[in-house]
Ligand binder design. Structure first.
Ligand SMILES: [Zn+2]
Length: 60
């Protein structure tokens, strides 16, 4: 994992927690080639948004 990134939307440097806003907790899912969706109900991830433009830039 890289120590810092640049937001692809607004170009802000994302280097520490102040540059991120925690978003929704969401389930991991897989969209299959036949169009069906498999949701992993046992596992969720937290979305992290750019603090400057609110683009979702990562999960943890
Ligand atoms: Zn941004």
């Amino acid at each position: 994992m890289v120590a810092a990134m640049t937001c692809p939307d607004c170009g802000a440097d994302i280097a520490d927690a102040d540059d991120l806003v925690a978003g929704r907790r969401v389930h991991r899912l897989t969209v299959r080639d036949d169009g069906t969706v498999v949701v992993d109900l046992a596992n969720t991830v937290t979305l992290w948004h750019c603090a400057h433009c609110d683009l979702a830039v990562g999960v943890s």
